[in-house]
Design a protein around this ligand. Structure first.
Ligand code: NAD
Ligand code: TYD
Length: 348
C-alpha cells in the first residue's frame, strides 16, 4: 500500500524509535509519532529525528479517543502502525492493570478512531508470546492456537483478537505481526540483554532467572523494522505474519556471550529466583514472511550482539539518562528482594 502519512504509536520506545528512524531514512513518508512518554519512552531515543521536517511528535496516550481522532484528522493519516504498549513481562506480574488499559483499551481506541477516520490500513505489532510456551521441539506457526501465559502476553493476545474482529466484522484492512525477542540500540535496560550489558559494565551481579536454560529466539531490531514495513506495505488484509531470527539461545548462552564481549568474568553470573509462570521456550517459524513478502533476517546473532554492546559502550549518557530515578526504584523492587540461588562458579 502506498501512502503519504502514517501514524506510528510508541515511537519513543525501543523498537518504535528504531522504526521511526528507519522510515525517515528509507521512505519519503511523513511520520506522526504518538507516544505517552512512559518510563519506557524517551525523547533522547529519537535524537536528530526530533528536528526532521517529516517527523511530527505528539505526546499523548493511545487510550485518549479525542486526541487520537484529532491527530488522525489534523495530519490526514492514512495508516496506523501500533507499537505503543506496556511491554515488560515482569512489570505485568507486579501490576497487570495498566497492561489492559494500554494494550487492550488503547488498541481498541486506535481501531475505533482509525475506522471512523477512514484510515486505509492498520498494522498491529504483536509478539510470539501470545502463543504460550514450547517444549524442546517445534516452532510457532501462524495457526498455533493463542495460549498466552503472562498478564503481558494475555493483554497482547486480547488486542490481536480485537484486530482480527475489526477485519472480520467491519472489513477493516488490518495486518498483525508476531515477532520474537528483539535486541539492539535504544532498548530499555529492564530487558535481558541491555540489563546484563549495563550490570557487566558496572561489575554488578548478572541476575539469571531459574536455571538459565529458558530459550528465546533473538532478532536484531533493524530486521524487525524491515519486516514490519514489508508487512504494512504488502501484507494480506487480515493477515498474520510471524517474524523470527532463527537464533535460538538459552539465557545463559546470551549472558556468557555478553560477558565475553565486555571482557568480564563469568563469576558475575548470579542465579536468582525464577519468574512466576516463566515460559520455557519460544521459537518462530517465519516462512510465511519469506514466502509471501520476500523478507528474511539479515543480521546474525554474533554480529548483532557485537554491534549492540558497542552501541551501549558508546552511549553511556543515554543509559544514564533512562536509568535514573524510576528505573532504580524498579530495580530495587524487582531484584533486591529476589532470593539469590548461587553464582555460576558455585553451580559449576
Ligand atoms: P517499549 O516498552 O520499549 O516501548 C513502548 C513505547 O510505548 C514507549 O515509548 C512508551 O512511552 C509508549 N507507550 C506506553 N503506553 C502508551 C500509551 N498508553 N500511549 C502511547 N504510548 C504509550 O517497547 P518495545 O520493546 O519497543 O515494544 C514495542 C512493541 O513491540 C510492543 O507492542 C511489544 O509488545 C512489541 N514486541 C516487542 C518485542 C521485544 O522484544 N521488545 C518483541 C515482539 C513484539
Ligand atoms: P525479557 O528480556 O524480559 O523478555 P521476555 O520475557 O519477553 O522473553 O527476558 C528474556 C529472558 O531472560 C526470559 O527468559 C527471562 C530472562 N531474564 C533473566 O534471566 N534475568 C533478567 O534479569 C531478565 C530481565 C530476564
Amino acid at each position: 500500500m502506498d501512502c503519504n502519512t502514517v501514524l506510528v504509536t510508541g515511537g519513543a520506545g525501543f523498537i518504535g524509535s528504531n522504526f521511526v528512524r528507519y522510515l525517515l531514512a528509507e521512505t519519503p513518508l511523513h511520520v506522526v509519532n504518538l507516544d505517552a512518554l512512559t518510563y519506557a519512552g524517551n525523547l533522547a531515543s529519537l535524537g536528530d529525528c526530533l528536528e526532521h521536517p517529516r517527523h511530527h511528535f505528539v505526546k499523548g496516550s493511545i487510550t485518549n479517543a479525542g486526541l487520537v481522532a484529532h491527530v488522525l484528522r489534523q495530519y490526514a493519516v492514512e495508516g496506523i502502525i501500533n507499537f505503543a504498549a506496556e511491554s515488560h513481562v515482569d512489570r505485568s506480574i507486579l501490576g497487570p492493570q495498566v497492561f489492559v488499559e494500554t494494550n487492550v483499551q488503547g488498541t481498541l481506541t486506535l481501531l475505533t478512531e482509525g475506522r471512523a477516520a477512514g484510515i486505509r490500513r492498520f498494522l498491529q505489532v504483536s509478539t510470539d508470546e501470545v502463543y504460550g510456551s514450547l517444549g524442546d521441539e517445534g516452532r510457532f506457526t501462524e495457526s498455533t492456537p493463542l495460549s498466552a501465559n503472562s498478564p503481558y502476553s494475555a493483554s497482547k493476545a486480547a488486542a490481536d483478537l480485537l484486530v482480527r474482529a475489526f477485519h472480520h466484522t467491519y472489513g477493516m484492512e488490518t495486518v498483525t505481526t508476531r515477532c520474537s525477542n528483539n535486541y539492539g540500540p535504544y532498548q530499555f535496560p529492564e530487558k535481558l540483554i541491555p540489563l546484563m550489558i549495563m550490570n557487566a559494565l558496572a561489575d554488578k551481579p548478572l541476575p539469571v532467572y531459574g536455571d538459565g536454560l529458558n530459550v528465546r529466539d533473538w532478532l536484531y531490531v533493524r530486521d524487525h523494522c524491515t519486516a514490519v514495513w514489508a508487512a504494512f506495505r504488502q501484507g494480506r488484509p487480515g493477515g498474520v505474519y510471524n517474524i523470527g531470527g532463527n537464533n535460538e539461545k538459552t539465557n545463559l548462552e546470551v549472558v556468557r556471550t555478553i560477558l565475553r564481549q565486555v571482557g568480564k568474568p563469568e563469576s558475575l553470573i548470579t542465579f536468582v529466583r525464577d519468574r512466576p509462570g516463566h515460559d520455557r521456550r519460544y521459537a518462530i517459524d517465519s516462512s510465511r514472511m519469506t514466502a509471501e513478502l520476500g523478507w528474511r533476517p539479515e543480521v546474525d546473532f554474533d554480529g548483532g550482539i557485537a554491534a549492540t554492546v558497542r552501541w551501549y559502550l558508546e552511549h553511556r549518557e543515554w543509559l544514564d539518562q533512562v536509568s535514573s530515578g524510576e528505573y532504580r526504584r524498579y530495580y530495587a523492587e524487582m531484584y533486591d528482594r529476589r532470593e539469590r540461588l548461587g553464582t555460576a562458579a558455585r553451580l559449576g
